[in-house]
Design a protein. Structure first.
Length: 254
């Protein structure tokens, strides 16, 4: 695997969508750009995005069908902010042979995929791309990661946001303990403890209302439980949702 990263998926971190509010998430926008540049700089042959917002099957991973993966930010008021890329679904199906995959009929991509892909596209990515949707019961995650990790020229993007309950008025309401989830996740990553990052206390995970664990857990199957470095580029939660960007492969320069 040429690159493996974690990227957030909040549309507001895209300057064309955020407008003046972009100054409040400038750190995240800059980190998303650095992460995208790291991925594109490795010149992968295929990019695979793991999205928690794709249509979800109960038990099986899903993959977008069709000749292209495409979409726009029309649901967020910007139909002109759009992209389309060739679909790498056949290559991913071959790589994941033996894993049950449900095909998502060709349709516009979800924002969990579109936000990371917008930054990759901005950084120059135009190549084959596949988007995998996480099942509600994620039992195949480690195997998915192991198989993706065996592809020497591929890039894997785990899309996820952290707690959605950091401040009063946050999208999923406010929980005074939610910040503990983000702090534990980020510290575990900074310590190189990838497996620990994706194994929080179940009660705390529920209180956080996160959608980062299922996608990041796949990287444990690809990379192993621990790292020898701090992969985190940035973390902030200006609008009540935690955004974290990390580059696992290649190790980010310091």
């Amino acid at each position: 695997m040429k690159s493996a990263v974690l990227m957030c998926h909040a549309p507001i971190v895209i300057p064309a969508i955020s407008g003046p509010r972009g100054q409040d998430c400038a750190q995240t926008t800059a980190a998303m750009r650095r992460t995208a540049e790291a991925v594109v700089g490795t010149r992968p042959s295929v990019v695979v995005v793991l999205s928690p917002h794709a249509p979800r099957d109960r038990r099986s991973w899903a993959i977008y069908g069709g000749g292209r993966v495409s979409g726009s930010f029309a649901p967020f008021g910007r139909p002109d902010v759009a992209l389309g890329l060739p679909n790498a679904a056949p290559a991913v199906r071959e790589a994941l042979r033996g894993v049950s995959l449900v095909e998502i009929p060709a349709q516009p991509l979800d924002h969990g995929a579109l936000v990371p892909l917008w930054f990759l596209h901005e950084a120059g990515w135009r190549g084959p791309t596949a988007v995998l949707g996480v099942p509600w019961t994620n039992t195949d995650g480690p195997e998915i990661g192991r198989l993706l990790g065996r592809q020497p020229d591929w890039a894997v993007v785990a899309s996820g946001d952290m707690s959605h309950r950091l401040i009063p008025g946050a999208p999923s309401g406010y929980d005074p303990e939610a910040h503990r989830f983000d702090e534990g996740f980020v510290q575990a990553l900074r310590d190189g403890r990838l497996a620990d990052a994706v194994q929080p206390q179940p009660a705390l995970r529920d209180r956080a209302a996160e959608d980062v664990i299922d996608t990041t857990a796949v990287l444990v199957g690809a990379l192993g439980p621990s790292l020898g470095f701090d992969p985190v580029l940035a973390y902030e939660g200006p609008f009540g949702v935690g955004y974290c960007e990390a580059v696992f492969v290649p190790a980010p320069p310091r």
